[in-house]
Design a protein around this ligand. Sequence first.
Ligand SMILES: Nc1ncnc2c1ncn2[C@@H]1O[C@H](COP(=O)(O)OP(=O)(O)O)[C@@H](O)[C@H]1O
Ligand SMILES: [Mg+2]
Length: 258
Amino acid sequence: MTQTKLPQTKLTARNVDVFYGDNKAIDDVSIDIGNGVVTAFIGPSGCGKSTFLRSLNRMNDTIAGARVTGQILLDGEDIYDREMDPVALRARVGMVFQKPNPFPKSIYENVAYGPRIHGLAQKKADMDGIVEKALTRAGLWNEVKDRLTDAGTALSGGQQQRLCIARAIAVSPEVILMDEPCSALDPIATARIEELIEDLKSRYAIVIVTHSMQQAARVSQKTAFFHLGRMVEYGDTHQIFTNPREERTKDYITGRYG
Ligand SMILES: Nc1ncnc2c1ncn2[C@@H]1O[C@H](COP(=O)(O)OP(=O)(O)O)[C@@H](O)[C@H]1O
Ligand SMILES: [Mg+2]
């Protein structure tokens, strides 16, 4: 393994707790997430991966009863500050979900929607350029360029997920959060998304939740292992999978529980 140089920190979480009512789902998590690398969150079902991921772009704000304490900084800026607009934040920290969820609109409109509400294009030609660039970056342009007015929902599952990635990219995010983005996809579509993540990683900070340890090992440079709401171990992916420091990490990666 070659030593990668220390990535520039994009997101910092300090002593983050997340509650659903009285139930503490995330307990005292602190982590620095680097720019230009892929960070994987792994751990058994229900350990809090999605909950913690959602705290990174304030998606938990939309869940009744959810409460986040501690600090999360994006380039040093507190994302829970009263001055922070959550809609603007979610453009900077985009999200891709488990099930592809294109809007019931055309392929073009799925991508143009975000740039329009954020006022990123003055003219039709500008918007056309943004849409083409986002679809190209998401590896979908050649497949859809002649059918941009077709419904997004008419695409295959894998194409829909790339459309959702294009939609996130279109508003020029700095961070892309992906919550098990391949769990509804077949192996070929999964491989395309993994290649895409590799192509995108130099431009963004990417965080991917995955239940597949093989996927984490393939796509990520950093891995955080969660268990029962705590982050048990965080380090270089290679080290986590070959030489974990913690017994609980070792038990998980050797399949003792899942
Ligand atoms: N919307 C919610 N309301 C109440 N409890 C929730 C909600 N979402 C998740 N939880 C609880 O928080 C814990 C962590 O869940 P989650 O973050 O979904 O774990 P993971 O993504 O690792 O499977 C679980 O105990 C789960 O039941
Ligand atoms: Mg989850």
